[in-house]
Design a protein around this ligand. Structure first.
Ligand SMILES: NC(=O)C1=CN([C@@H]2O[C@H](COP(=O)(O)OP(=O)(O)OC[C@H]3O[C@@H](n4cnc5c(N)ncnc54)[C@H](OP(=O)(O)O)[C@@H]3O)[C@@H](O)[C@H]2O)C=CC1
Ligand SMILES: O=C(O)[C@@H]1CCC=N1
Length: 255
């Protein structure tokens, strides 16, 4: 595994539940999870081969770093990347034509509640994709998508998504504090409300989101007043469209 920072580390802690042995190359890491081997420099393992090379470094570093790993892939091995944007064709080319699988995870994988999308190039269909899907299944919900472009769309919706949620929650908490609650109280009220509302929406057979919203909203009541201020003029709807488009456009730039 090349790089083991925030996202790679979150995944690795759950990937370790399987039967694979992991070697992590990361100059910044103090320790790897129990059972994983950590090396700080690729030269320490230069003569070894691996069934999978996992790319968990920043997309901007891939062109410089990945070619050094091409000779380390075993004959039937494949390259698995979690990097935003970087295309299957680029990954395969940098790895000497190896089968390639792209995964777009998200950070709640850290608590086993990630959602991820996967896709593979032609050579990566079959055992490579099946193996990657099994690995991602250990981290939450994994969905194989039918085109590579959809991975960039998964990135915009789910990969970056926790960032949007944390920002919305942050603003919600700040507003609650301005209403007189201390930070602990505001976090408990806001995060508990988000958790509870999400759990209701995820119940099997739950009503649609519009119906759920309406079930909170008494005519002429407090929620109606709040919702009118929140999205009465469509600001939130427009902002969400702009948010996803901006993230998708950036993924396309990183291809
Ligand atoms: N964070 C997220 O929520 C998500 C991230 N991703 C993708 O995951 C990838 C990693 O992102 P993230 O975990 O956030 O980033 P981090 O910066 O936390 O992790 C990258 C790690 O790679 C290390 N590194 C730098 N150079 C090398 C090298 N030559 N060899 C091995 N390791 C090296 C970095 O060390 P140092 O800090 O010293 O540079 C760092 O520990 C990105 O491609 C991103 O697109 C995908 C989905 C979600
Ligand atoms: O911000 C990023 O580029 C990465 C990819 C998705 C989430 N974090």
């Amino acid at each position: 595994m090349v790089g083991c920072g925030k996202m790679g580390g979150a995944l690795l802690s759950h990937w370790m539940q399987g039967n694979e042995q992991f070697t992590v190359v990361d100059p910044a890491l103090d320790s790897a999870p129990d059972g994983a081997r950590l090396v700080r420099d690729r030269s320490e393992i230069a003569s070894e081969t691996f069934d999978v090379v996992i790319v968990a470094i920043k997309p901007q570093m891939i062109d410089d770093i990945l070619p050094d790993y091409a000779s380390m892939l075993s004959e039937n091995g494949y390259v698995l990347s979690i990097a935003a944007g970087c295309s299957l064709s680029r990954l395969s080319r940098l790895m000497g034509g190896a089968p390639a699988v792209r995964v777009m995870p998200n950070l709640p994988a850290a608590v086993g509640k990630g959602v991820s999308g996967l896709c593979a190039d032609d050579k990566g269909q079959g055992p490579a994709l099946a193996h990657a899907e099994a690995m991602m299944g250990r981290t939450g919900t994994a969905v194989v998508v039918d085109s590579e472009d959809k991975i960039d769309r998964v990135t915009a919706v789910a990969g970056s998504g926790p960032g949007y949620v944390f920002e919305i929650a942050r603003a919600y908490v700040a507003a609650a504090m301005e209403m007189g609650f201390d930070e602990d109280e505001a976090r408990a009220l806001v995060l508990g409300t988000i958790e509870g509302a999400t759990a209701m929406a995820l119940e099997p057979g739950a009503a649609g989101l519009e119906d759920l919203r309406n079930s909170v909203t008494s005519k002429g009541g407090t929620t109606a007043a709040g919702l009118d201020a929140l999205n009465g003029d469509g600001t939130i709807s427009r902002k969400m469209r702009e948010t996803l488009k901006a993230a998708y456009n950036r993924a396309v730039e990183l291809r």
